[in-house]
Design a protein. Structure first.
Length: 277
């Protein structure tokens, strides 16, 4: 349990082992709670590549935050939001196909982040924790950020739920019914950017999209309605956090990848069930 003990030591002398475990569990559950319903729209609207693009831009946010001596949470959130709004603007102008834009921005932002980090010769950056998460070093301040961001995201999703369902099922009909399709679509991208920013510490920039997609894909097979799918997806994500954190504690595996593996196992089990709907 070398990784686990190292994380405990890094948290400082004021935190007990119980605090350390509770903080990690609460952080993971907070992200899982919002990842469920948001992941449903990522799956329905086939936005996985969009999620990857925002996740990669989060690394650029971290590197710029370190370079400019700005709070990393603020820097990551700002870069993710700017990337989301930029994608909306470019897609609206029809400069290139959306998947082409996503490919360009995804890899260029990841490369730019890595280049900036390499130039920070006087600052040591734990690249592994950025890429794959560092759930075992969550602090009380991180919990406030995670639950504040998750609360805002859930509130926005609940407010826009019917409109989001409408534009997902039939955008043209939704527009006829008075739904502001472009605004709702932009709001969904902004919510996705916010969740990715707060989830980065849990599973890292390379695995964030998996936490959105896999529980939702699992729930899709065993749910009959959009609402039930959202609830089941949140439950699957929470169980993945619990089992992933347990694996990290008992067999000393990285917490972020362990959570994703747990979610993947749940999806594999769901393949044996009869699909509903």
């Amino acid at each position: 349990m070398c990784q686990t003990m190292a994380a405990i030591i890094n948290m400082g002398k004021g935190a007990s082992m119980i605090d350390f475990l509770i903080y990690a569990l609460l952080a993971g559950l907070g992200v899982a709670l919002v990842a469920g319903p948001l992941g449903c729209f990522v799956v329905w609207r086939r936005m996985a590549y969009f999620g990857d693009t925002l996740a990669h831009s989060a690394l650029l946010g971290v590197s710029l935050g370190v370079l400019l001596n700005v709070d990393l949470g603020i820097a990551v959130t700002a870069v993710c939001l700017l990337m989301a709004l930029g994608l909306v603007a470019l897609d609206h102008q029809g400069v290139l196909a959306l998947d082409t834009l996503l490919g360009i921005l995804s890899h260029s932002s990841l490369a730019a982040g890595l280049v900036v980090i390499s130039l920070l010769s006087d600052v040591r950056v734990d690249l592994m924790s950025l890429l794959f998460g560092d759930l075992l070093s969550v602090t009380k301040a991180d919990l406030w950020v995670i639950y504040s961001g998750a609360g805002i995201a859930i509130l926005l999703l609940a407010t826009l739920w019917k409109s989001l369902i409408s534009i997902t099922v039939e955008p043209e009909l939704a527009a006829v019914e008075g739904v502001k399709v472009a605004r709702v679509r932009t709001a969904l991208m902004v919510i996705t950017a916010l969740v990715i920013a707060i989830a980065m510490k849990i599973v890292g920039v390379l695995l964030i999209t998996a936490l959105l997609i896999i529980p939702a894909a699992t729930a899709r097979r065993i749910s009959a309605t959009p609402e039930s799918m959202a609830m089941v997806a949140s439950l699957v994500a929470m169980l993945a956090v619990v089992f992933g954190l347990g694996a990290s504690w008992y067999i000393d595996t990285p917490a972020g990848p362990s959570i994703v593996i747990s979610a993947t196992l749940a999806f594999c089990l769901s393949l044996g069930l009869k699909q509903k709907g």
